[in-house]
Design a protein around this ligand. Structure first.
Ligand code: GCO
Length: 444
């Protein structure tokens, strides 16, 4: 088991969440609808027909949740702001009540000694933009996203030190525009290429606006999901498919954002979508790499526009409730790769595992699967640091059980159990184990 001594005294411990997954209050105090409100209310899209209408009711219960972060000894909390809560149409009118919520949340976090890290976009695009042809497939979204970034910077920038633009652009692009199993439920090659480039342009425009509107001490970064892609077989066709998925999932965003140019496989597919000056507009100096990582990906050749399909892990390997391969070695190697390739200090902004643990007769929640997973992955992080990877923090996914997109509430990622009927929070064994690493519970 890793212990507190395995980490430097200034190592940042914390957690991550996302607005649509935890806030609830979907129609309260002037919030506008997002594409996830529409998608979750579309029959057949979400397991058991569940939605994020209420979820963890964090909008009303944030004080309790902030106190739980303090008691865990966390000093950072990455959350996302809901674009449609503060700008109901995504542009134009501002909803002061929405901004007031984030004001209250930031102040409550600071009062609990937890640094608020804001992620501007975690998948909940204002529905009005999408429905008016101003969503991610339109280049016209770029200045609108920058305006939203400026609004949040002006309101919270005096207290929020760490800012990220877009959570996991690769995953949102593939789930929402390739597979169509996430909002807005599209499966179209051209639309995927359009929106991938517009995500990058929007990131670049938002960073420039943040730099203009924030104090010079602010730290700005991005939050890619980086997962190695393994060919399903050693054939040339599957190796090429793996390279295409690596380009789509990993490099399509991290390369232009951190290195200033698309990789050749992505650049060729994008064609004249990339105008002169675009790659310069996307690339800016960033202060950190927010790395989200869960497992390796597997790919095989496919007779479709994309040239790949994702396949299951090889038979016999350990997998999670989500069917993801448990591979601490892949996490270690990814940390080393990202540090060497992108040259930015890394904060792990998402890593964790799903289970179905619920309170036992004694009211406690024992989650050995999560403790064992976190121990091995944190051990891999220690190995990566020993190999020279510049990894400065770990924010677990997630602070609490929440709405897991198309899986609804079946798969629980929290270190805190949420009873969605009563909203009772119960710290799990993994919460107390992490508190031993932060020193909050005096052991470890
Ligand atoms: C993602 C998202 C999170 C998920 C988590 C578990 O990576 O898909 O950032 O919103 O809930 O990763 O799937």
């Amino acid at each position: 088991m890793v212990t507190r001594k395995d980490f430097p005294s200034d190592f940042v411990w914390g957690s991550s969440t996302a607005s649509y997954q935890i806030e609830g209050a979907h129609d309260q105090d002037g919030r506008g609808l997002s594409i996830w409100d529409a998608f979750s209310h579309t029959p057949g899209k979400i397991l058991n027909g569940e939605t994020g209408d209420v979820t963890c009711d964090h909008y009303h219960r944030y004080r309790e949740d902030c106190a739980l972060m303090k008691q865990a000894g966390f000093t950072a909390y990455r959350f996302s702001t809901s674009w449609s809560r503060v700008m109901p149409e995504g542009r134009g009118a501002v909803n002061e009540a929405g901004l007031d919520f984030y004001d209250r949340l930031v102040d409550e976090l600071l009062a609990n000694g937890v640094a608020p890290w804001v992620c501007l976009y975690h998948w909940d695009l204002p529905l009005a933009l999408h429905e008016n042809g101003l969503g991610w497939t339109s280049r016209d979204i770029v200045p609108l996203f920058a305006d939203y970034a400026g609004l949040m910077a002006k309101r919270l920038g005096d207290r929020v030190t760490h800012w990220a633009t877009i959570n996991e652009p690769g995953v949102l692009a593939i789930m929402g525009y390739v597979f169509g199993i996430h909002a807005p439920g599209i499966s179209d090659y051209g639309a995927w290429l359009d929106m991938a480039h517009n995500l990058n342009l929007s990131h670049g425009a938002a960073v420039r606006r943040l730099r203009a509107d924030l104090p010079g001490t602010a730290k700005v970064g991005a939050v890619p999901n980086i997962q190695p892609v393994v060919p399903a077989s050693d054939t040339e066709a599957d190796r090429h498919a793996a390279a295409l998925l690596d380009a789509a999932w990993n490099r399509a965003f991290a390369d232009p954002v951190y290195l200033g140019a698309y990789d050749p496989l992505m650049r060729r597919q994008l064609g004249d979508r990339v105008r002169p000056g675009d790659e310069e507009a996307i690339h800016t100096k960033l202060d950190f790499f927010g790395l989200n990582h869960y497992s390796p990906n597997y790919a095989a050749a496919a007779d479709n526009d994309f040239g790949w399909r994702m396949t299951e892990p090889p038979p016999g390997v350990e997998t999670t409730l989500m069917g993801w391969h448990v591979s601490p070695d892949a996490f270690r190697d990814t940390l080393i790769h990202v540090s060497k390739t992108y040259g930015c200090p890394i904060y792990v902004t998402e890593n964790g595992v799903a289970d179905e643990a619920v309170p036992g007769p004694d009211g406690k929640v024992d989650d050995p699967i999560r403790v064992h997973f976190l121990d091995r992955y944190l051990g891999a992080l220690v190995e990566a640091r020993a190999a020279g990877a510049d990894v400065r923090g770990y924010l677990v996914w997630s602070m609490m059980d929440n709405f897991e997109w198309a899986m609804g509430y079946k798969t629980r990622f929290g270190i805190t159990h949420v009873d969605f009927k009563t909203q009772k929070r119960t710290p799990k064994a993994s919460y107390h184990w992490l508190a031993s690493l932060t020193g909050a519970n005096g052991t470890g």
